[in-house]
Ligand binder design. Structure first.
Ligand code: NAP
Length: 256
C-alpha cells in the first residue's frame, strides 16, 4: 500500500520501518518540525513536508501518529476526501473522525515504541477498528501484513486495554526507575536488579501474575514493611506508593 505518515515520533518511526520492511511504501512523511520530519523521511527513504496542506498525495491510507491531543486538530485541519484515515492511539475514540472524514479507523499496536529502538512487529497485537466492514477489511489486510495477532476491538475495549497497558508497562517502568535510583544512590549499579526484572516478567507471562506474587506484602511481614517505610522517610511519594501498593497486594491476595 502507498501510505502517508502524519507524525514522525516514536510510533511513526517504528511503524514506518515495519511497513516498508513488509512491502509497503511510505510516500510522504509530515511532521510539525523539519528536524523530526526529515529524520524519519531519511530512514524511510521518502520525501517529507512540514506543511499539512502539502500532503495531497494519492495514497491508499493516511496514518495519523501524533500526540493524542493533536489528532483532532489534524482531522479538522485537512480534508482527506474519501481517503482512508486512521489514528494509532489507545485512548482516542474512533468518533474523533466523525463529521470530518468519510473513511476512517484505528490501527493501535499494543507495544512500547521509542524512536531509537527498532521493535519487531511480527507478534505484536494490533487492535483495529473502522467505520465500515470494507474499511475494517482493508485495515485487517494491512495489519496482517505486519503481525500475526490482529484483533478487531471497539473504542471502549481499546481504552480498557490502554488503561491496563499503563499499569503493566508505564507504571512498571517507573518502578524500575525508582529501583535504579535506590541502588545507584548507595553506589551500586542497576545491573544487580536485571535478572530479577527478567524473571518477574517471565513468571507473570507464564502464569496469572496474582498466583506468583512474592515479597513482604503478600507474606504480611509488618516488621520488614515498617523498616522499608522508615528507609523511605525522605521520599514521601515513594513511601506512599509503597504503603498503597502493599495494602493492595494484601487485599487482592486475600480476596478482600
Ligand atoms: N510510543 C508508543 O509506545 C505508542 C504505542 C502505541 C500507540 N501510540 C500512539 O501513537 C501516537 C504517537 O505517539 P508517539 O509516542 O509516537 O509520540 P511522540 O514520539 O511524542 O511523537 C509525536 C508526534 O506528534 C507531533 N506533535 C506533537 N505535538 C504537536 C503539535 N502541537 N502539533 C503538531 N504536531 C505535534 C510531533 O511533531 P514534531 O516531532 O515534529 O514536533 C511528532 O511527530 C499517539 O497517539 C500514541 O497514543 C504510541
Amino acid at each position: 500500500m502507498n501510505i502517508v505518515m502524519i507524525g514522525a515520533g516514536n510510533l511513526a518511526t517504528g511503524m514506518g520501518i515495519a511497513l516498508i520492511e513488509n512491502g509497503h511504501k511510505i510516500v510522504l512523511v509530515y511532521s510539525r518540525s523539519e528536524e523530526s520530519a526529515s529524520l524519519l523521511a531519511s530512514k524511510l527513504n521518502c520525501p517529507f513536508t512540514i506543511d499539512l496542506s502539502k500532503i495531497k498525495i494519492d495514497a491508499d491510507i493516511y496514518i495519523i501518529a501524533v500526540k493524542d491531543n493533536v489528532i483532532s486538530d489534524i482531522v479538522m485541519s485537512y480534508n482527506f476526501g474519501d481517503k482512508l484515515v486512521v489514528h494509532t492511539a489507545g485512548s482516542v475514540p474512533i468518533d474523533v473522525f466523525s463529521g470530518y472524514c468519510k473513511n476512517f479507523g484505528v490501527l493501535y499496536p499494543l507495544q512500547t515504541f521509542s524512536k531509537n529502538r527498532i521493535v519487531g512487529f511480527g507478534n505484536i497485537p494490533i487492535c483495529i477498528e473502522a467505520n465500515s466492514n470494507e474499511n475494517l477489511e482493508i485495515l485487517r489486510r494491512l495489519a496482517t501484513s505486519l503481525s500475526s495477532d490482529v484483533r478487531p476491538v471497539s473504542s471502549m475495549e481499546r481504552q480498557q486495554i490502554h488503561l491496563a497497558a499503563v499499569f503493566v508497562c508505564n507504571f512498571v517502568n517507573h518502578f524500575y526507575t525508582i529501583g535504579e535510583i535506590l541502588v545507584v544512590e548507595k553506589g551500586m549499579d542497576f545491573g544487580i536488579l536485571k535478572p530479577l526484572i527478567l524473571e518477574t516478567a517471565m513468571k507473570a507471562i507464564e502464569s496469572s501474575p496474582a498466583t506468583v506474587q512474592t515479597g513482604p506484602a503478600v507474606r504480611n511481614n509488618k516488621q520488614i514493611i515498617d523498616k522499608h517505610l522508615q528507609m523511605l522517610e525522605k521520599q514521601h511519594e515513594w513511601k506512599e506508593f509503597y504503603q498503597l501498593i502493599s495494602n493492595d497486594i494484601y487485599k487482592i491476595q486475600n480476596n478482600q
